[in-house]
Ligand binder design. Structure first.
Ligand SMILES: *Cc1c(COP(=O)(O)O)cnc(C)c1O
Length: 730
């Protein structure tokens, strides 16, 4: 079979089933998506490790709950606060139950998220500083940790606490069978902390949960080399999204989590689970409302509350959000039957995608993707539903992740790029030295920007991650997107490798007794790019010719002038046009915003391009036309007399802009056409915004309208023709 046909065959649900037998949760996955996730229609959402998505009924149930019941502040004692208190307690119980433990073993401290939980440990762990008497505590962590874990170092460093970064391979390689005997007194009481992720947020690699007991019993490195009491912090934030965690079997001392990674809602809520046995060791310094049994305002006297949760939850907890967790657990159980099923479903999707992606080859046989992983996605105990990779071109050069990200956005594929708040893993997999991190910073690259390549070397990578709502179609669309856009044709496959991976699957994956759910017929995918054709020479008007001399002496001819009065709407072509202080007069003077004042672009709202604005300078009006709508006109200038135009602040490319609302009439018109609440806003006449890039010292700043970066956007015919060529020949 020809290899590209073989690829097409691999991208079918039948092939998926040959590789993995668990799919969905006993109902048609597409029905579930249509019922509960209408907002991801046409979207391939592959960033569940960033945040997973909540089902719509979760919010409905939550809304019904808090409108039916009266929940007061849990610190009061009236019936409504008692109601809150009791409900919150039942949520704590449910969290413990979910992690297979009980209030006898663990306490739940609610925090603002996993990061806040980690900071709480940093601030309250009983660190002992190194001194003449002894070497003090150690803060040890796997280098493949989230920034929020490594950041504990910012607290321990200044206290004189030793730091031990541990490479993933060292934990077992340097283990010792006969742990140090605790002979010399005080040293045995010095507390040390070892932190590791149950699942890497970079690569999705799962680290053995047996490390918990291995470190506590001082068999594994680094605990085997240092006397003292060893505590383990298991960062479960990424892991609990798709996997069952059993704290009875693996009794980590501290377990931080964030709830949006499990349920998609609420955000800004997490928890620190603390083993009751160690709770008493934690130090409390700051005391906020609700955390003290007694204190005096004019004396250094305060007595923290005895119970750990009340002692560490400063101020009023986010009680309504906490109550919503009930509905999160309910929804998860109702739709999936539990974490074991979620793990089977999501791991299968990741494994299937990995298998094909890792076998894709350019026409010359070179690989298309470099995947950053430590296993072959054989086993859900070693690998989560995350794939991290970079794409390579036919010469083996890395394709910048920003380029892939932008291309993916055009296809409505949502993935994550960069370093994922995990510099350690990023450096290790991408082979970036400490020196390079520093010189990259000097070259202007900071975490989270879009400088993806420096001297041809990647500064980050691409991550896709699955959740329980992910479907086979998501994998299919993603793989076709890669094959159509980033593979030199004719496409090839690494046949031997594929055969090996497939036979490994047949051997283990399909031996399960679990029932297969009804096979969905994959929807036909849409892969067309809508770019309006280049203007043909015939449409040029003679009057449009303006000449500009280039420093090289070459002459450029301006053939067409397009004005975009409303950002992201259709162009308005003119043959001559006055210039204003911000470039072409009225160009990008208006924009459409949603009900929260957020700018709508064509990427967010493709229908914007069907709105045709027309400026009539003689009558001083802006007229909007769209098919099926009566045209509407409004004045070009916001009149001072109009009863107090609502001013609003929005952001464009990170800049604050001050704008005025153009009124209810046009907002109704737009809302009707776009079928969602929105309004038209105009840049305030007395607001100036300056260009950021390419500004030289001593040159007066360039004023901008609501454009992204500069007053004028010039594009030459050759580029447009090249692009058209490229699109047509794909
Ligand atoms: C997401 C994540 C965090 C940080 O969680 P926040 O919700 O941003 O506080 C920490 N560790 C891991 C492994 C994560 O995946």
């Amino acid at each position: 079979m020809e290899e590209s046909n073989k690829f097409i065959r691999l991208c079918t649900f039948e092939s998926f089933k040959e590789i993995w037998s668990h799919y969905g949760f006993g109902t048609d996955q597409r029905d579930l998506i249509q019922r509960e996730f209408t907002r991801i229609k046409d979207v391939t959402y592959l960033d569940h490790a960033g945040t997973t998505l909540f089902p719509e009924s979760l919010i409905k149930r939550f809304y019904e709950d808090i409108t039916r019941n009266l929940y007061g502040n849990p610190h009061s004692h009236n019936p409504s606060s008692q109601m809150t208190h009791d409900t919150v307690e039942s949520v704590r119980y449910r969290i413990l139950e979910h992690l297979n433990t009980s209030p006898e073993e663990y306490s739940v401290i609610f925090t603002a998220g996993c990061t806040a939980a980690l900071k709480l440990v940093a601030d309250s762990f009983p660190w002992v500083s190194a001194s003449a008497e002894g070497s003090g505590s150690l803060f040890c962590y796997l280098t493949d940790n989230h920034t929020s874990v490594v950041g504990i170092h910012g607290v321990t460093g200044p206290q004189g606490v030793g730091t031990v970064p541990v490479l993933p391979q060292e934990v077992e390689a340097r283990a010792q069978n006969n742990p140090l005997s605790g002979s010399d007194g005080d040293e045995c009481l010095v507390p040390h902390l070892f932190c590791y992720p149950a699942q890497s947020n970079f690569s999705g690699r799962k680290y053995p949960l047996s490390y918990v007991r291995g470190i506590q019993s001082q068999c594994l490195y680094p605990a085997c080399e240092h006397r003292g009491r060893w505590f383990v912090l298991l960062d479960a934030a990424c892991f609990v999204g798709c996997s069952p965690l059993d704290l009875k079997q693996h009794p980590a001392d501290f377990v931080p989590i964030s709830f949006y990674k499990m349920f998609g809602f609420p955000t800004g809520l997490g928890a620190l689970l603390v083993r009751n046995e160690v709770a008493g060791l934690l130090r409390k310094s700051y005391f906020g409302g609700g955390t003290v049994s007694a204190y005096l305002v004019d004396e250094d006297y305060f007595v923290p509350k005895p119970h750990i949760a009340s002692r560490f939850e400063d101020g009023t907890i986010s009680f309504l959000d906490i109550i919503s967790l009930h509905h999160g657990f309910d929804a998860l159980l109702k739709f999936t039957g539990g974490m074991v099923n979620i793990q089977l479903h999501t791991f299968g999707l990741a494994r299937y995608t990995y298998m094909i992606l890792s076998c894709l080859r350019h026409s010359n046989g070179r690989p298309v993707a470099q995947i950053y992983c430590d296993n072959e996605f054989e086993n859900a105990a070693e690998q989560g539903a995350v794939i991290n990779f970079n794409l390579l071109d036919g010469y083996g050069r890395v394709v910048g992740y920003s380029q892939v990200d932008k291309m993916a956005s055009l296809f409505n594929i949502h993935l994550r790029t960069g370093c994922f708040c995990n510099t350690g893993a990023c450096q290790a997999y991408l082979n970036i030295s400490n020196q390079q991190v520093k010189s990259n910073l000097e070259a202007g690259h900071v975490c989270g920007d879009n400088i993806d390549l420096i001297e041809g070397r990647p500064t980050g990578s691409i991550r896709i991650s699955f959740g329980y709502i992910s479907s086979f179609e998501d994998c299919q669309r993603f793989l076709k997107f890669i094959a159509n856009n980033f593979v030199a044709k004719p496409l090839r496959l690494a046949q031997e490798r594929l055969a090996r991976l497939q036979s490994a699957s047949a051997a283990e994956g399909c031996s399960s007794s679990e029932e297969l759910t009804t096979a969905p017929t994959p929807r036909p995918a849409r892969y067309s790019l809508d770019i309006s054709p280049a203007p043909s020479p015939e449409t040029l008007t003679q009057e449009a010719f303006l000449k500009a001399e280039k420093s090289s002496g070459k002459t450029c001819t301006l053939t067409n002038i397009f004005i975009y009065p409303i950002k992201s709407c259709a162009a308005f072509e003119v043959t001559e046009w006055p210039l204003g202080p911000q470039g072409l007069l009225y160009d990008h003077m208006w924009m459409v915003v949603n009900e929260n004042g957020v700018c709508l672009s064509q990427k967010r709202e493709p229908k914007l391009c069907l709105i045709h604005p027309h400026i009539c300078l003689a009558s001083n009006t802006l007229r909007l036309q769209a098919s099926g709508m009566d045209p509407i006109s409004l004045p070009l200038e916001t009149s001072e007399e109009s009863p107090g135009p609502r001013t609003c602040r929005s952001k464009i490319c990170g800049d604050r802009v001050q704008t005025v609302d153009c009124g209810e009439r046009v907002s109704l018109w737009l809302s009707e056409f776009l079928e969602k609440p929105c309004s038209l806003i105009r840049q305030s006449p007395d607001f100036t915004r300056h260009m950021k890039i390419g500004q030289e010292d001593g040159v007066s700043p360039v004023a901008l309208s609501l454009v992204n970066e500069a007053q004028f956007l010039l594009i030459n015919r050759a580029s447009v023709a090249l692009l058209m060529d490229y699109i047509i020949n794909r």
